[in-house]
Design a protein around this ligand. Structure first.
Ligand code: FES
Length: 106
């Protein structure tokens, strides 16, 4: 597992969900109640990018078919989704957001 710097806290000023990449792994980043969370980038239903979705009371709502996932755990909560999202450890140093992933191909 490797830690990668993927974003700055200021990046959330423009969008509530950020699409990023670390070690060849596509990620979605969320800022929720002051904490930052990372999940896989694509919905488990039909592979739509969650960065285009809405954050609603701790959940990400997929923009395609309105599936819901709990952001902190990745747990599938409703709509057509039944498989959880992968989640990744996050730490913030200063304003820099780091995410730990297993690099693809490693
Ligand atoms: S692609 Fe996300 S709910 Fe269908």
């Amino acid at each position: 597992m490797t830690w990668y710097p993927v974003a700055d806290l200021a990046d959330f000023a423009e969008r509530p969900v950020l699409a990023r990449e670390a070690g060849g792994v596509a990620l979605a980043l969320y800022r929720l109640d002051g904490a930052v969370h990372a999940t896989q980038a694509l919905c488990t239903h039909a592979g739509v990018p969650l960065a285009g979705g809405e954050v609603v009371e701790g959940y990400i709502e997929c923009p395609a078919h309105y599936g819901l996932f709990e952001i902190a755990t990745g747990r599938a909560q409703g709509g057509p989704v039944c498989r959880d999202l992968a989640t990744y450890p996050v730490r913030v140093e200063g304003t820099v957001i780091w995410v730990e992933v297993a690099p693809r191909g490693a």
